[in-house]
Design a binder for this molecule. Structure first.
Ligand code: KG4
Ligand code: ZN
Length: 334
């Protein structure tokens, strides 16, 4: 079965073509993304109106790039999987209308997919992982722990009470004058810094050991920057100390959650999964407990349509389809 995936929930417009014969066994034939970082950088964050307007311009060229890259045309496509939520409603609508338009014109079966399900299953693109596994979804919009029990059965067992981890990276980078998005810059800069130079308190959510809270870290950095020490400390040392706090705060609940659900694999996914220190520390502490850590290649960590095609594939393989009345849902629950 050849599946066309379409994703436009936030600021990336993406399309992919995958080939699959059974759930979880997929070959990505092409995956294309139109990234908008250059457009939003000037504003220090995503401007929803600009994101959706640009999707209108890029969505069809991106779909064509994916089809061309796969050496396929719409005649070869057996199913369409499209993100219908959660996300920015204006952005979601562009991809969803594009998918509906193709489905109506060609009668190709279409299913609407939850974006988070895409992130949860993304590690399966390149790895065989036995279920149940624990997924840590850690991006600019989400930070949560999910038990992936089987296709279609996902249980959220931990979440952030305030900012997402990627949001903390981006806000701290902005405070430090490092531009947007900030995660990658802080990651690189931290390699040259002293992780113990600046004391950053690690927050825990009382009574909820699987939940996260990152807003205090951002405030600690802001307060430090206004202090006398803030003027004198090297940016590398502050970046490394901040990053270490975030990594520490992600690891403890993740290991606890893996133990609780009896998972032998932790799948790391979302944009922050690219963080080199997080990968290093989580792999080391998980190995101490006999757990395996699997992280997708960076292009499948960040928003992409291959993961959306995969998340729709198990339903399309069963012969399911959604009718064309499905709507975009900004807060679609999983
Ligand atoms: O998954 P993604 O592309 O978009 C969302 O759905 O949010 O994630 C983007 C987030 C941004 O906050 C960015 O700063 C962060 O991922 N990020 C990183 C790194 N690369 C990207 N954070 C920490 N270290 C990195 N190397
Ligand atoms: Zn995402």
């Amino acid at each position: 079965m050849l599946i066309l995936g379409i994703e436009s929930s936030c600021d990336d417009a993406a399309a992919a073509v995958i080939e699959t014969a059974r759930p979880g066994a997929v070959t990505v034939l092409a995956s294309a993304v139109a990234n908008q970082d250059d457009i939003h950088r000037a504003y220090g964050g995503i401007v929803p109106e600009l994101a959706s307007r640009n999707h209108v311009i890029t969505i069809l060229p991106v779909v064509n790039r994916a089809l061309d890259g796969a050496g396929a045309s719409l005649q070869n496509i057996d199913g369409i999987a499209v993100t219908r939520g959660p996300g920015l409603v204006g952005s979601l609508l562009v991809g969803l209308m594009c998918a509906k338009g193709i489905a109506q014109a060609t009668d190709i079966p279409m299913v609407g997919v939850n974006h988070i399900e895409g992130h949860l299953l993304a590690p399966l693109i390149e790895h065989e992982i036995a279920m149940p596994y624990l997924a840590l979804v850690v991006s600019g919009g989400h930070t949560a722990l999910f038990a992936v029990e089987e296709y279609g059965r996902y249980r959220r067992i931990g979440t952030t009470r305030d900012d997402a981890a990627g949001e903390a990276f981006d806000k701290v980078a902005k405070l430090m004058g490092l531009g947007y998005p900030g995660g990658k810059v802080i990651d690189e800069m931290s390699k040259r810094g002293n992780r113990r130079k600046v004391k950053i308190p690690r927050a825990r959510v009382k009574g909820a050991p699987l939940d996260f809270s990152f807003s205090g870290v951002k405030t600690a950095v802001a307060t430090f920057l206004r202090s006398e020490g803030g003027q004198e400390t090297a940016q590398e040392d502050l970046a490394a100390s901040f990053q270490e706090a975030i990594v520490d705060m992600l690891i403890a609940p993740t290991l606890k959650a893996a133990r609780e659900i009896g998972a032998s694999t932790i799948a790391l996914t979302g944009g922050v999964a690219a963080n080199s220190r997080l990968r290093e520390c989580l792999s080391a502490s998980a190995a101490d407990e006999g757990l395996r850590v699997v992280a997708p290649a960076f292009k499948y960590c960040t928003d992409n349509a291959a993961m959306i095609a995969l998340a729709g594939s198990w339903r399309l393989l069963r012969g399911e389809r959604d009718d064309l009345t499905i709507d975009a849902a900004a807060s679609l629950p999983l």
